[in-house]
Ligand binder design. Sequence first.
Ligand SMILES: C[S@@+](CC[C@H](N)C(=O)[O-])C[C@H]1O[C@@H](n2cnc3c(N)ncnc32)[C@H](O)[C@@H]1O
Length: 206
Amino acid sequence: MTDHTPRFDLAHWNAYNTVQGTRPVRALCQRVLALAGPGTRRIAVDLGAGAGIETAAMLTAGWRVTAIEPAADTALTAVPDSDRPALAHRPSFVQDALPLPHADLVHASYALPFVPVADFDRVWKAVREALLPGGYLAVTLFGPNDAWAQDPSIAPGRLTFHSRADVERLLDGLDVVDLDEKDREDRTTRGTKHWHVFEAIARRAK
Ligand SMILES: C[S@@+](CC[C@H](N)C(=O)[O-])C[C@H]1O[C@@H](n2cnc3c(N)ncnc32)[C@H](O)[C@@H]1O
């Protein structure tokens, strides 16, 4: 019998968040912050914000941030108290937190693949609707060659995977600034696995 032990439940994410403490801000976030310029109190949304390392970088850059992160026990610990007045935390799964606030930046780093297939289209529609004219989207998505797409211990439909053609369709109508693809073995927090990952930065027309 297939073992569908939940690997991506809140206990999993709380454990994940507690070991994020000192890593650098991810390149996707650094790049979109450089493209978008100073926040000047504009609104950003961080989906699946985790320990908040990228959220903290957005706050430092002058954005007001709504962070959606369901693992409430360990959420956003990287955000210093001095930056908290500009932070709103919704302790929910994104599919339970719709609609999203209108924003000049929507950032979703290693988060949307963990939205179940049954919810993904509704979530993506909300992401697109949240983007203000001129707004930036920075997103990680997983491809079909990822080891987790073929892992029998993960229930079918629990994670969402997209081919390159799917990703291009999701970004249709936006100005795609970067679309990077990784399809190889690489590190995880627990060893190595085959990663098939798309990282995209796209912009809504002004
Ligand atoms: C791999 S971590 C990524 C955290 C951080 N964004 C980063 O880049 O390191 C995934 C995060 O997404 C959260 N998450 C999982 N499913 C989610 C969902 N359906 N909606 C919103 N967040 C979710 C988890 O609690 C976890 O903090």
